[in-house]
Design a protein around this ligand. Structure first.
Ligand SMILES: *Cc1c(COP(=O)(O)O)cnc(C)c1O
Length: 475
């Protein structure tokens, strides 16, 4: 297997190996990487994975994507390490919410959001590859909340990387800030910027654009378009589907969606032969995807802050991967479409491409008031607390079952632990959720942070003085 960029329109596109895809993230032409073919498992192979531990399902599903990068024994060792620290032995447990409606809990990793499931592995794969190449990187990123802590937990104490995360001072919750500032590892740096999230993002972009600085520190990112994250996220779809009766019957999934990464991973699992029934996209009032699937128009609007901030997205970067298949794997057509989308604010998609997309996904959107209603309903009916992102998902799953029910079980993804969003929960149910045991003393732990002005020079100077020196990079 090799990988190609979604924007490579040459008749013989560049063939890239997995490890290069992992370390590059984005392709040099601005496209996203995809495998040249979908590996698939037979019905008997799926059946053999029923009831097996999470790590075994993961090893079987991820191995075909790695090529020669890792032996399967080494992969299994790394996977066992990755999920050993999760706070539920099942890793991704299911819970029944109503007849035919299940919740898949994806908040049992160190930072209580589903991003841990992929980033905990990706951090280890980075370290493995860089150590072998005798190289190291400096990872920089901006966060408005969840991503920063998940990236920090993935990179802390790794020999081959330092990580610097910029956050807007005073504009993230105390839980979110403390998840970054209380990590005592020497290679972790949380930086409070006197400015907004956009200022933080602009600082990161400016550092990547500063050629000499970028080269001197081997700047890298662990963002949501990294293919390794998508592959890793296919696993819990299979694990849940097999527990509920696949491959004998199809299982539906509802996914709280922002950048289209998680729901795209479900699509990949389906392309690998997992019998997934309906795939439902759930969005908040930032509903560009719902408008696309329902009305056929993907048109940009300003981002509106919501109770589910990790879904406050207008440009869903991973949509480009679906577009590549819709456009017959024509890299030139994708590159043209993305340029027009940026320039005109509307994605050019033909009627037949739209019809094809609608066969694959259904979409719903819910605003903040409906989110609060769903948190209250599920608490009242089942005694289960949903975080605002997961509540948008459950509301969509209920709506979908009411209008298209009867096609087998529906699994709705719980993408974060309710204790990450205590204010919204308290507003909905009048109770403040408790942090799980491994974080119960989070509010008492000592913090380590630095406050810097909104200035590229100041941030670069800080990184320059703190990043550990680079060794030789072989590749
Ligand atoms: C990142 C995130 C999402 C959105 O996931 P995508 O892969 O970007 O669609 C949903 N819920 C939570 C809690 C998140 O952190």
């Amino acid at each position: 297997m090799y990988y190609v960029s979604t924007r490579d329109g040459r008749s013989r596109p560049e063939r890239v190996e997995f490890e290069e895809v992992l370390l590059r993230g984005l392709a040099p032409d601005g496209g996203l990487y995809l495998p040249n073919q979908w590996p698939s498992l037979s019905e008997n192979e799926w059946r053999a994975l029923r009831g097996r531990p999470y790590v075994e399902v993961a090893a079987r599903m991820i191995a075909p994507f790695l090529g020669e990068t890792l032996s399967s024994a080494r992969l299994t060792t790394i996977l066992a390490e990755t999920y050993a620290g999760f706070d539920d032995a099942r890793v991704a447990p299911l819970r029944e919410l109503a007849s035919g409606l299940w919740l898949l809990e994806l908040f049992h990793g160190p930072t209580l959001a589903f991003k841990d499931y992929a980033l905990q592995l990706v951090g280890r794969l980075f370290d493995e590859a860089l150590t072998r190449r005798r190289g190291r990187v400096t990872i920089i990123g901006a966060t408005s909340g969840d991503t920063g802590s998940a990236a920090i937990e993935a990179i802390r104490d790794r020999a081959a990387a330092d990580i610097f995360i910029l956050y807007p001072e005073g504009r993230i919750s105390a839980v979110q800030r403390r998840q970054m500032t209380t990590v005592p590892s020497a290679n972790v740096h949380a930086i409070a910027i006197a400015g907004s999230f956009d200022d933080c993002q602009d600082l990161v972009k400016a550092m990547f654009a500063d050629g000499p600085f970028r080269a001197a520190h081997h700047l890298s990112a662990v963002n949501s378009i990294n293919w390794a994250r998508i592959v890793t996220q296919t696993v819990y779809y299979a694990y849940a589907a097999l527990a509920l009766g696949a491959p004998n019957k199809p299982i539906g999934f509802t996914v709280p969606t922002g950048n289209f990464g998680n729901v795209y991973a479900a699509h990949v699992a389906r392309m690998m032969g997992l019998p997934i029934g309906d795939l439902v996209i759930a969005t908040n009032q930032n509903d560009i995807l719902a408008r696309f699937f329902n009305d056929g128009a993907m048109s940009l609007r300003p981002v509106e802050p919501s109770l589910s901030p990790s879904m406050d997205v207008q440009v869903s970067s991973n949509f480009e991967r679906l577009l590549y298949d819709l456009k017959g794997r024509d890299g030139t057509a994708v590159a043209d479409a993305m340029v027009r989308f940026r320039k005109e604010g509307t994605m050019p998609v033909t009627a037949s491409e739209l019809a094809e997309a609608r066969k694959l996904f259904t979409a719903y959107s819910f605003d903040d008031a409906e989110t609060i209603d769903e948190i209250a309903r599920t608490w009242r009916d089942r005694g289960v607390m949903l975080d605002p992102h997961s509540a948008v998902g459950v509301a969509a799953a209920r709506d979908h079952l009411a209008t298209h029910g009867g096609k087998g079980p529906m699994v709705s993804l719980a993408t974060a632990h309710p204790a990450k969003f205590p204010d919204a929960i308290e507003r909905a149910v009048g109770v403040r959720p408790a942090l799980p045991p491994h974080l119960s003393d989070l509010m008492e732990r000592p913090e380590r942070t630095v406050r810097l002005p909104n200035s590229v020079a100041a941030v670069e100077d800080y990184i320059h003085r703190r990043a550990r020196p680079l060794r030789e990079v072989a590749a």
